[in-house]
Design a protein around this ligand. Structure first.
Ligand code: KIV
Length: 272
């Protein structure tokens, strides 16, 4: 069995991520939504685990991230935290829990932190949510930003196409990233933006930029089910598949069905 050596076995902190950028060390981040997957992801040496609201798509089969609730995110995050020893655990604030006003945002942020044991939160958006980000930071909660293709705004965008190809949107993304750094965010996710723009963001910010479909970055994030090939119907250009779990699982389950039907399972050594 392969073993995965991590250079530094200590619990990853937001400060450590900043040091990694300063030292030119790349940050590996993946999503997880349950205890078992989180313990595998953590044991394999991932630095940062995101309890993404992509759980809405991946776990619940919704078309968008909008339907997932605060209680559901708390359930997922609590399960993930129980499985993690080393990685920094970041939980997404779901749609509708921070957009109304800073007071409601910080109240929901405190609930997630208290009830899950997560290390930090991620919020989508730039200057529009800056007051809320500031209020959450003032409560002592670390915040990761998320710019570019922000899936909670899919109804406004109307498409999952690459964002910020036009100059005006690129300039806004750059100034949003700077505003998030200035207010005190410890990192920013950039999703599906041109690689040249992302390079500019990485260069102009002190805090780490974690890209997804954004080219070279201070770190990378992928949805764990996608990179493991569980869902073979989703294959965007930026996705690298490291396994074909869809085929492996289908074959294993098919073999089980055949064994049950034939009476081969259970055999004499598989009973009491
Ligand atoms: O919810 C999620 O999985 C995310 C990543 C795609 C960054 O936000």
């Amino acid at each position: 069995m392969a073993t995965y050596l991590v250079e530094d076995a200590r619990k990853v902190t937001t400060h450590r991520l900043l040091e990694m950028k300063q030292q030119g060390k790349k940050i590996a981040m993946l999503t997880a939504y349950d205890y078992t997957t989180a313990s595998i992801v953590d044991g394999a040496g991932v630095d940062c685990i995101l309890v993404g609201d992509s759980a809405s798509n991946v776990m619940a089969g919704n078309l968008t991230t909008l339907p997932i609730t605060l209680d559901q995110m708390i359930y997922h995050a609590r399960s993930v935290v129980r499985g993690v020893k080393r990685a920094l655990v970041v939980c997404d604030m779901p749609f509708g829990t921070y957009q109304v006003n800073p007071t409601e945002g910080v109240r929901n942020a405190i609930r997630i932190m208290q009830e899950t044991g997560a290390d930090a939160l991620k919020l989508e958006g730039g200057v529009e949510i800056l007051d809320t980000v500031r209020t959450i930071l003032e409560a002592g909660i670390p915040v990761m930003g998320h710019l570019g293709l922000t899936p909670q705004s899919i109804n406004k965008f109307g498409t999952y196409a690459v964002r910020a190809k036009e100059e005006a949107e690129a300039q806004k993304l750059l100034s949003d990233a700077q505003a998030l750094e200035e207010v005190g965010c410890f990192a920013v996710v950039t999703e599906k933006i041109p690689a040249a723009l992302n390079a500019q963001v990485c260069q102009s910010l002190r805090i780490p930029i974690i890209g997804i479909g954004a080219g070279s970055s201070d770190g990378q994030v992928l949805v764990v089910d996608d990179m493991l090939g569980k869902n073979n119907g989703f294959s965007p250009k930026f996705l690298r598949r490291y396994a074909d779990l869809h085929t492996i699982m289908t074959n294993a389950i098919g073999a089980y069905v055949a064994d049950v039907k034939s009476g081969d399972f259970p055999n004499a050594s598989e009973q009491y």
